[in-house]
Design a protein around this ligand. Sequence first.
Ligand code: ZN
Length: 217
Amino acid sequence: MRLNEYLNEITKGTTPRVKAIYSKRLPEVRNEFEKRKWNINDTQSIDILNNIFKKNNIKFNINTDKSVHSGNFISYGASWDDGSIEIYLKKGFSNYWKRYKKSSELFEDFDDNKFFSELFFTLSHELIHKRQTFKAGGKDVDKETFDLTGSGPSGLDYYSSKKEVEAYAYQAYLEYMTKDGVSPIFDFYLSTFEKNNPTRNRFLKKFYQYLDKQDKK
Ligand SMILES: [Zn+2]
């Protein structure tokens, strides 16, 4: 019951396809984790996630590249031109499960599900790239495949590329829909790219397109 409420909230505004993926996979993950009373380390957690998400061609790894900028749990995502997606998790991410030893607490509080929310936003972003690749006839639209979930300015070229602007505008829109109008990504783009900057304009245009579509639903 609680999990359903969480899923409804987090998938607000997304496409039926993304909604279907997350709504199917997350209860499976929860069940496997609960079977083990959330007493699982990084490697075991990765095995479970891989087993469940392989149905959607999504793979998980531990990030070993210390130079990569990071979110709280997820270091970065990557989408490949064969249509697969890889998510790199921060070492020690499974320490988070310790708060969930009393499993009934899980998913009671929306804000308490930071790991699963971060995963959702990252996956949504990568699924946009998957669609871009598909539209481009199976070839990656450009050579950038790595995504940073943190908002550090690690290369403005990366954040300015057309495919990233589209994916981040979508991510910002989803954040906006689910976090009471708070989107760190929206704030990042507006504080980084000044007025009349083409990247800022393109980002805002995309962001409002997603919002408009939502209003018409
Ligand atoms: Zn991206």
